[in-house]
Design a binder for this molecule. Structure first.
Ligand code: ASP
Length: 596
C-alpha cells in the first residue's frame, strides 16, 4: 500500500469528465468498480460519489504502473493521474455520462486493498436487507443510496435556506429532557448524578419550542432528532428527524401559508415542479366521511357512500342490526369492478378483516347481478341501495357494516388497496391537502378516558369551548395536518397559552392538579409571565425525502437505520452494558432477554 500525498489530491470528481476536459492533465481518487484485463490493455472503472470514469493503461504505460493496475480488484482505493483523452470511435459508452472520455494514466497508487465484498456494489441490489445493513458502509457505496443520501442533504439545505430567509431562527433544543407527551413511549436515560432518576429523549422538541416563543424569539425552526419507542413499520424509525417550527402572534393561516411557501420552494428547487398554492383544505369530518381517512389520497375517487339510512329497515339483518346498534353501513363503487373474480373479492374480504371488519358485502352490477347479500333483500330494497350508490352497469359495490371506526378504517384502506390493484393511481400527481378541525380528544374504550389526539397543548376551537366539560368528544382542535397523496407529511396546531385554558384541558384529560404540576409545572409557571399566542408544525423529514424521491422505504433515505426490532445491525446495538457502568448508574438488570 502506498501513502496518500499532496500530488494525489483529486483535481476533479470522477463523474464530471466530459469531452471538454480532453487534453487536461488531471488527478482522480476513488474505488475500483471493475477492472478489465485485455492482455496488453487494462481498464479500471474508478468510482466516487459523483459517478465513474475509465482509467486506461497500455503497453506504453510504465511497466510498474501497468503491473500495479493488473493486481487491482473491486473496491480497492486508488489514486491516479493522467491525461484525459477521447475514447475514439466504437469505444464510446453512451450509457455513461463520462462515456466519451478516459484518463490515460501516467501515475498510479493503490491506497488500500479490499477483500471481495459480501455483495456487489451495484445499483438496485436484491441482496437481503440484513446483509446490506450489517455492512451498511458498503451498502451506502451503491449509486442509488449515494444519490438518496446526497438528495437528502440537498433537501435539508433548501429547507434551512427557506426558513432562514423567512426570518426563522435555527435554535437547538436539548436531547436530555423531561418526558413530553406525543403519545408514544419514551426512551429513558438514567442519570449517574441523580441515582434513580431519568431523563427522556425528546419525542419532539414540543415544549422547548413553545418556551422559545415565551422568550420572544418569534420564529423558530430546527432540523430536530426525535425519539419514540414504538413498534416499527415501513415508514417509522425509533429515531427520526423532524423539520420543526414554531411562530408567535400567528394563526393557522400564517402557519399554513409559510409552509405552503416552503413546499413550493422545495418542489421548485428540488423537483423543478411548480406547485399550486394555497393547497386544498378539508375538515377532518369531511375527510372521514368522504375517504374514511384523515390522510386521504385524493388522486382517485371511489369515495365512501353512507347508505345507513337506505338499509336501516331492509331484510338483511347484518345491515339492519348494525344501524340499530349505532354503527353504519357504507360502501364504495368500483368503476368496472364487476369483472373481478370471486377469488379477488375474497382476498379483499380478507384485507378488510385486518381492519376489524367482520366481512365485506358485495354486489356486481351486471345483466344477471350476483351478490353476497341481495338474496336477503327485496327488489325495491336492492334498487334503493343501487340508486343511493349511483351504481351503473359493470360496477362492483363493496360495503362494510360495523361501528363507525371500523367502517372508516376498513373502507379508507380498501379504496387505496383497490386503486392500487387496478392501477388507477396517477403517479404523476402531487395532491396536497390540509386537514383541519381535528377532534381535540380521542376516547379510549380500553382505558375509559380521553387522550389528546395531537398533544395536550393544542388549543380547542373557540366555538366548541363550552362543550369541553359537557361533551369533550365533540370539541374540535385548532390542529392541522399536511397530507400528500395519502401520506401525512406533518402536522401541528395553535397552542394553548393561558393557565386557565391549560388547566381546563388537563381536567378534560383526567390529569389532576398534582400530576399536572409534577409533569408540566414549569409550563404552567411560565404562563404567569406573559406568553404570546403561538403555534407551529413539524414535518417528518424522512418521509418528505422518501416521497420526493418516489421511494417507499424510509430506510433508503437514512444513512444508518434501525431494523424492525429497533436494533442496528452494523454496530450491533442495543448491547449489554458494562456492569461497572450499570453500577455507577445505580441500575440492576433483573431480566435479560436472549438475542434471537
Ligand atoms: N410536536 C408535534 C409532533 O411531533 C408537532 C407540532 O405540534 O408542532 O407531532
Amino acid at each position: 500500500m502506498e501513502s496518500f500525498s499532496k500530488q494525489d489530491k483529486r483535481t476533479q470528481y470522477c463523474g464530471t469528465f466530459t469531452a471538454a476536459d480532453i487534453g487536461k492533465h488531471v488527478a482522480v481518487t476513488g474505488w475500483c468498480q471493475r477492472q478489465r484485463d485485455l492482455g496488453s490493455l487494462i481498464f479500471i472503472d474508478l468510482r466516487d460519489r459523483t459517478g465513474i470514469v475509465q482509467l486506461a493503461f497500455d503497453e506504453k504505460t510504465d511497466r510498474s504502473i501497468f503491473d500495479a493496475a493488473f493486481g487491482v480488484r473491486a473496491e480497492y482505493v486508488l489514486a491516479a493521474r493522467g491525461t484525459v483523452r477521447s475514447r475514439g470511435e466504437g469505444a464510446i459508452n453512451p450509457n455513461l455520462p463520462t462515456g466519451e472520455v478516459e484518463i490515460y494514466v501516467d501515475s498510479f497508487k493503490i491506497l488500500s486493498a479490499a477483500q471481495t465484498p459480501p455483495f456487489a456494489i451495484v445499483e438496485k441490489s436484491d441482496v437481503k436487507a440484513e446483509l446490506r445493513l450489517k455492512h451498511r458502509y458498503l451498502d451506502l457505496r451503491r449509486p442509488d443510496l449515494q444519490r438518496n443520501i446526497m438528495a437528502r442533504s440537498e433537501i435539508v439545505r433548501i429547507t434551512r435556506n427557506y426558513f432562514a430567509e423567512n426570518g426563522f431562527l435555527d435554535i437547538e433544543t436539548p436531547c436530555l429532557i423531561k418526558p413530553t407527551p406525543e403519545g408514544a413511549r419514551d426512551y429513558l436515560v438514567p442519570s449517574r448524578v441523580h441515582p434513580g432518576k431519568f431523563y427522556a429523549l425528546p419525542q419532539s422538541p414540543q415544549l422547548y419550542k413553545q418556551m422559545l416563543m415565551y422568550s420572544g424569539f418569534d420564529r423558530y425552526f430546527q432540523i430536530a432528532r426525535c425519539f419514540r419507542d414504538e413498534d416499527l413499520r415501513a415508514d417509522r424509525q425509533p429515531e427520526f428527524t423532524q423539520i420543526d417550527e414554531e411562530m408567535s402572534f400567528a394563526d393557522e393561516e400564517d402557519i399554513m401559508t409559510v409552509n405552503e411557501g416552503f413546499l413550493k420552494t422545495l418542489f421548485r428547487e428540488f423537483l423543478h415542479k411548480d406547485l399550486e398554492t394555497p393547497f386544498r383544505r378539508m375538515t377532518w369530518r369531511e375527510a372521514m366521511d368522504r375517504f374514511g381517512s384523515d390522510k386521504p389520497d385524493t388522486r382517485f375517487g371511489m369515495e365512501l357512500c353512507d347508505v345507513s339510512g337506505v338499509v336501516k329497515d331492509c331484510g338483511f339483518s347484518v345491515f339492519k342490526d348494525t344501524v340499530a346498534s349505532g354503527g353504519s353501513v357504507r360502501g364504495i363503487v368500483v368503476d368496472g369492478g364487476a369483472s373481478m373474480t370471486r377469488k379477488e373479492i375474497d382476498s379483499l374480504t380478507e384485507f378488510v378483516k385486518t381492519y376489524g371488519a367482520r366481512g365485506l358485502a358485495w354486489y356486481k352490477v351486471t345483466e344477471e347481478p350476483t351478490s353476497s347479500f341481495a338474496k336477503f333483500m327485496s327488489g325495491e330494497e336492492v334498487a334503493a341501495l343501487l340508486a343511493a350508490m349511483k351504481a351503473k352497469d359493470g360496477d362492483l359495490l363493496l360495503l362494510v357494516a360495523a361501528k363507525n371506526k371500523v367502517v372508516f378504517d376498513s373502507l379508507g384502506a380498501l379504496r387505496c388497496e383497490v386503486a392500487k390493484r387496478l392501477g388507477i393511481v396517477d403517479k404523476s400527481k402531487f395532491n396536497f391537502l390540509w386537514i383541519t378541525e381535528f377532534p381535540l380528544l380521542e376516547y379510549s374504550e380500553e382505558d375509559g378516558r380521553f387522550y389528546a389526539m395531537h398533544h395536550p397543548f393544542t388549543m380547542p376551537m373557540e366555538e366548541d369551548l363550552p362543550l369541553l366539560e359537557t361533551d369533550p368528544g365533540a370539541v374540535r382542535a385548532r390542529a392541522y395536518d399536511c397530507v400528500l397523496n395519502g401520506t401525512e407529511l406533518g402536522g401541528g396546531s395553535i397552542r394553548i397559552h393561558t393557565t386557565e385554558m391549560q388547566n381546563r384541558m388537563f381536567e378534560a384529560l383526567g390529569i389532576g392538579p398534582e400530576e399536572a404540576d409534577a409533569k408540566f409545572g414549569f409550563l404552567l409557571e411560565a404562563f404567569k409571565y406573559g406568553v404570546p399566542p403561538h403555534g407551529g408544525l413539524a414535518f417528518g423529514l424522512d418521509r418528505v425525502v422518501t416521497l420526493l424521491l418516489g421511494l417507499e422505504d424510509i430506510r433508503d433515505v437514512i444513512a444508518f437505520p434501525k431494523v424492525q426490532n429497533a436494533s442496528e445491525l452494523l454496530s450491533k446495538c442495543p448491547s449489554p452494558a458494562d456492569p461497572a457502568a450499570l453500577e455507577e448508574l445505580s441500575i440492576a438488570v433483573v431480566r435479560m432477554e436472549e438475542d434471537d
